[in-house]
Design a protein around this ligand. Structure first.
Ligand SMILES: Cc1cc2nc3c(=O)[nH]c(=O)nc-3n(C[C@H](O)[C@H](O)[C@H](O)COP(=O)(O)OP(=O)(O)OC[C@H]3O[C@@H](n4cnc5c(N)ncnc54)[C@H](O)[C@@H]3O)c2cc1C
Length: 397
């Protein structure tokens, strides 16, 4: 054993959502717990989440809100530590929160409240958190003890938990360490891609839609596999907003997405009724009652937008409805990990215990949170997976 080696019952790599939850639970059981992180601050992603207000969970959580090569894997963890358990903890700390659309729960004041709560719980459970700590090597001695060499010395443990997250936002200290450790110990990794990420546009669409930057619309975005009814936002780089982020996690490169800009309207009927009342009025004027003005010529073309209603045949009306309600856009790509909220893919669930998150290959090795091939929708689902998987491992490490 190298001199000055520090022994600990549990060593967790990653001091953020999943790692801190696991540390709290293991510490509460009387285990000696250390958490190492190369960042200079714990929970950086918690602080930047939900626009600074942390969408910490959702009232409506089920396995169908998660993407994984094993869609059943997350069920056990999510049912053992539920959104109600986390809400109870938040209430215990009297953190003010509110519900937004689709069951999303946010802090009233700041995401800092959630991080402070986790750190206070860690303190109570006597968890030792070491920041600015670079991991240099991990070895498994005699197949029993993990030896972790770091910039702050050597650590030994029999329970090693990998909570180092995915690849999104490298500026926030994301790194591939978790995948490398999994590979080192013989685990299969599903290829990773950026999820919950804005789309970039093909040059002709980018030019055509540039003037729409800043416009938001309630819409339904779909592909052959799924659809999302939420807001979409035009930006100077491309398309963003909740509906776009959601579908990006289900998007295959080269594929078109379909956008229904008026999901709640029978558009042909709407135009016909207005035609009977005001035959001379221009199509764009009528549509401006239900859509942002600038959007109408950008999607329909100026000529169609300027047509008086009396010049629109049934066939033409149907074509207009198709353009606005089945608008096909083929993204050029995504903005990638630079702005993605999550990473799809990761450590293969089939090689982990769904109850404890322990590796089926190496006893004493655990993977929790985003590094695992479980990716939630936008709406608090990713944090709930981090809390649930962290809690599960915390019961046994
Ligand atoms: C901008 C943004 C907003 C988001 N908003 C929400 C939201 O409102 N609701 C929601 O549910 N989800 C949200 N997410 C997703 C959510 O933040 C993550 O899914 C969640 O933080 C994953 O938790 P984790 O603990 O597994 O990983 P992370 O939170 O990514 O933490 C991993 C930790 O490991 C450390 N680490 C990484 N590599 C190393 C290394 N080599 N050595 C040592 N330490 C290392 C990192 O510094 C970090 O502290 C958001 C993500 C982003 C990027």
């Amino acid at each position: 054993m190298p001199p000055n080696t520090i022994k600990t019952d549990v060593l967790i790599i990653g001091a953020s959502a999943a790692g801190l939850m696991c540390a709290i639970e293991a510490g509460k059981r009387g285990r000696k717990v250390m958490v190492l992180d190369h960042a200079n601050k714990a929970g950086k992603k918690i602080l930047m989440s939900g626009g600074g207000r942390c969408n910490f969970t959702n009232t409506d959580i089920s396995a169908s809100n998660y993407i994984s090569h094993n869609p059943h894997f997350c069920k056990s963890g999510l049912s053992r530590y539920t959104q109600w358990d986390f809400i109870a903890l938040v209430n215990e700390y009297q953190i003010p929160w509110h519900e937004r659309d689709l069951g999303k729960l946010f802090c009233d004041d700041s995401a800092k409240d959630i991080l402070h709560m986790l750190l206070a719980e860690c303190k109570k459970a006597q968890v030792d958190i070491r920041l600015d700590c670079d991991i240099k090597n991990i070895a498994h001695k005699n197949n029993t003890v993990f030896e972790i060499e770091s910039s702050q010395g050597t650590f030994q443990t029999t329970s090693l938990v990998i909570a180092s997250g995915g690849l999104s936002i490298p500026k926030m200290c994301a790194s591939p360490l978790g995948y490398k450790v999994a590979e080192q110990f013989g685990h299969h990794i599903w290829p990773t891609t950026a999820g919950l990420v804005p789309f970039t546009l093909q040059p002709h669409d980018k030019e055509r839609l540039a003037e729409l930057s800043g416009i938001a619309v309630e819409c339904c975005v779909s592909n052959e596999r799924i659809q999302f009814n939420e807001n979409m936002l035009f930006t100077h780089r491309g398309l963003s907003g909740p509906a776009i982020l959601q579908i990006s996690s289900y998007w295959h490169a080269g594929e078109a997405i379909s956008i229904n800009l008026l999901p709640a309207l029978d558009l042909v009927d709407f135009i016909k009724k207005r035609q009977a009342l005001q035959p001379n009025i221009k199509l764009k004027t009528v549509l401006a009652d239900v859509l942002p003005k600038r959007l109408i010529p950008a999607v329909l073309g100026q000529e169609t937008a300027d047509k008086p209603l009396q010049e629109l045949s049934q066939v033409r009306m149907e074509a207009v409805a198709k353009q606005l309600q089945h608008w096909q856009i083929k993204p050029n790509g995504t903005e990638g990990y630079r702005t993605a909220e999550v990473t799809l893919g990761g450590v293969d669930c089939n090689e982990l215990s769904s109850k404890t998150m322990e590796s089926g290959k190496v006893a004493g090795l655990y993977f929790i949170g985003e590094v695992v091939d479980v990716t939630g929708w936008l709406g608090g689902y990713n944090f709930q997976w981090a809390w649930s998987s962290g809690w599960c491992a915390g019961q046994v490490v």
